[in-house]
Write a protein that binds this ligand. Structure first.
Ligand SMILES: NC(=O)c1ccc[n+]([C@@H]2O[C@H](COP(=O)([O-])OP(=O)(O)OC[C@H]3O[C@@H](n4cnc5c(N)ncnc54)[C@H](O)[C@@H]3O)[C@@H](O)[C@H]2O)c1
Length: 342
């Protein structure tokens, strides 16, 4: 397989993981970094031995085959992806794909016109537990799908980090992963009705967003799925995330504990915390525990070998329709019926 030159834009938490994964991949020739915080840019550039490091990603666009966009706030995603696609570069873009469906459509059209890969960072598809559920649905182990539930809670530290930079709901920023996962499992069945309720309290005072949203989605097959997402857990670890999954079919049921309570660190100073409990995962010396490194490598392989990406942008657009409907439903108190595709 040929090597490719790659740029990473935004080398914060996720971008740092992406950059380090690229640096250790034999598929990557030169690595280029863009980050507006000079100290963080210098830190990641030193760790990855980047070919160039700049504050402005447009400086390296001519030099790369592909760009990974991991910048915040989320208002940056659409203009950055548009610039990269317009320059003829393949893109891996962290969710959300864009802030509006019109922006999403423009990005998808640009990628299609240029024959470019536009993959969206729904890392949970690279979590082996989620992949196992998908396989059990696809190969018929569960029989006919009947219902599914994903309950996800993240620590208040993360809720505050997100709420401090942008006013997006837990449906848009958190449930989005689990909506994507469930639509992926149930495809080609499509969502038709969305009903959601939110609770406002801690986060509404601080950031003007709900504490949690619970979403019921009815598929055109009659299957009902429920996604609950909250972001006010007391800090148990800086980036703690806990998930429970139930997937029930006519012939079998899968009950999955992805709560990360299997590794508990109990300290004299600070009590119990849950290390190895982040959504993207984390490097533990010579191994990586979590899905984001594999997701990054998958994108590099797709570009270098010209193979399809697992999360194409049109699927992320469907997810966006559902979480926007969930926000609208929570606001109005009424179910929202999604328009069927033409
Ligand atoms: N897939 C997952 O599991 C997962 C987990 C967390 C976050 N995310 C998504 O990833 C994205 C990044 O999240 P994060 O927690 O890494 O954020 P972060 O704030 O830690 O990092 C973002 C970085 O972008 C930099 N930046 C801002 N403007 C820039 C610009 N113009 N050019 C270059 N760099 C710029 C910031 O300085 C910051 O270092 C978010 O949009 C979020 O939705 C995904």
């Amino acid at each position: 397989m040929r090597t490719i030159d790659v740029g990473v834009v935004g080398t914060g938490w996720c971008g740092g993981i992406r950059a380090v994964t690229c640096a250790s991949s034999p598929l990557v020739g030169d690595l280029h970094l863009a980050e507006v915080r000079p100290e963080r840019l210098a830190e990641v550039a030193a760790e990855t031995k980047a070919a160039t490091a700049t504050a402005d990603y447009r400086e390296f666009l001519d030099a790369v085959d592909a760009v990974i966009i991991s910048a915040t706030p989320e208002t940056t995603h659409y203009p950055m992806a548009r610039d990269c696609l317009a320059a003829g570069k393949h893109v891996l873009l962290e969710k959300p794909l864009a802030l509006t469906l019109d922006e999403a459509d423009e990005l998808i059209a640009l990628a299609d016109a240029g024959g470019l890969k536009l993959a969206i960072g729904y890392s949970q598809r690279f979590n082996p537990k989620q992949a196992y559920v998908r396989r059990c649905v696809a190969d018929g182990t569960l029989g006919r799908p009947v219902s599914a539930m994903v309950s996800r809670h993240i620590t208040r530290n993360l809720g505050n980090k997100i709420g401090g930079r942008i006013k997006l709901s837990p449906a848009a920023m958190e449930a989005t992963h689990d909506i994507d996962f469930l639509l992926w499992c149930l495809r080609p069945s499509r969502p038709v009705t969305v009903y959601a309720q939110s609770v406002c309290g801690v986060m509404s005072e601080a950031h003007g967003v709900p504490d949690c949203t619970w979403i019921t989605i009815t598929m055109d097959s009659g299957v009902v799925v429920v996604v609950g997402a909250g972001w006010i857990l007391p800090p148990g670890y800086p980036n703690f995330s806990t998930t429970t999954i139930e997937f029930v079919g006519s012939e079998a049921a899968l009950l999955i504990d992805d709560s990360h309570r299997d590794v508990v660190l109990n300290r004299m100073d600070g009590g119990v915390v849950f290390p190895m409990s982040t959504m993207p995962g984390e490097r533990v010396d010579h191994v990586y525990a979590g899905p984001m490194a594999d997701e990054t490598t998958h994108f590099l392989e797709a570009v270098a070998g010209d193979t399809p990406v697992l999360v194409p942008a049109w699927q992320a657009r469907e997810v966006m329709e559902v979480y926007q409907a969930a926000d609208a439903s929570a606001e109005s108190g009424e179910p929202v019926r999604l328009t069927s595709p033409e």
